[in-house]
Design a protein around this ligand. Structure first.
Ligand SMILES: [Zn+2]
Length: 88
């Protein structure tokens, strides 16, 4: 039975092996929600779902696609915006 403070599912449960080959339950903070497109709200691919401290250690090229508006807009909306800016 988990301790009272761990009964709620606010924290996620992760089973880890200890150096003594026993498995223990560890309680970790949940990951943030998936990154979404700023215009249409579609889920962005190529953007990792990690907590801020882990995001600091990931290289910039692994955090968003390397194209204009990468990590902000989905490819469809990016094309739309670029075409509209050229037409004007
Ligand atoms: Zn979009």
């Amino acid at each position: 039975m988990p301790a009272g403070r761990h009964k709620s599912r606010t924290l996620r449960r992760v089973s880890r092996k200890t150096p003594g080959a026993k498995t223990t339950l560890q309680y970790k903070k949940r990951k943030p929600s998936k990154a979404k497109c700023g215009m249409c709200g579609a889920v962005l691919s190529g953007v990792p779902r990690e907590r801020p401290k882990k995001m600091q250690n990931i290289s910039k090229t692994k955090k968003r696609p390397e194209r204009p508006f990468g990590g902000v807009l989905c490819p469809k909306c990016m094309r739309k915006i670029i075409k509209e800016s050229i037409r004007e």
